[in-house]
Write a protein that binds this ligand. Structure first.
Ligand code: GDP
Length: 139
């Protein structure tokens, strides 16, 4: 069944020049881009996006990192897109990520880990709507 998920290319990967490599990987893996935009999150936008992590000890640092430069938000569509994209991303900590995953290739550490991906259909719907209106989604 076709499913959509939200990907973010985080500020570390944008700064390091990996946008093109990551987009090309989506295409190779059959993850279809149905919406895309570059933006820089304000503090309140980043806090809102990561609200579920508000109580975690690293919340302040995470918000600081996510507002530190431009990001690229992308809606991907494929059969089983959520799990497929999470497998492509690899473990949160790049030291634990499998060879060939985006985080193994492009991440620096557990926080500056290059990419975000939704973790459930409910969160995918909320996260896609955080960045895109229905009119932005192609197909
Ligand atoms: P994800 O679903 O793999 O992105 O991981 P989580 O939902 O657990 O965490 C959200 C984001 O918070 C991660 O992608 C990291 O950028 C950051 N993060 C997770 N764990 C840590 C940590 O232990 N320390 C710091 N500073 N950031 C973390």
């Amino acid at each position: 069944m076709k499913q959509r998920t939200l990907s973010i290319i985080k500020p570390d990967a944008v700064k390091a020049g990996y946008i093109g490599d990551i987009l090309s990987r989506f295409q190779k893996e059959g993850l279809h881009i149905v919406a895309m935009r570059m933006t820089q999150l304000s503090q309140s936008q980043a806090e809102g996006f990561y609200a579920v992590h508000r109580e975690r000890p690293f919340f302040g640092e995470l918000v600081e990192f996510m507002t530190s430069g431009p990001i690229v938000a992308i809606t991907l569509e494929a059969d089983d897109a959520i799990q497929g994209y999470r497998t492509l991303m690899g473990a949160t900590d790049p030291a634990k990520a499998d060879e060939g995953t985006l985080r193994k290739l492009y991440a620096s550490n557990v926080q500056n880990n290059a990419v975000h991906g939704s973790d459930s259909p409910e969160n995918a719907q909320i996260e896609i709507a955080y960045f895109f209106s229905a009119l932005d989604l192609v197909g």
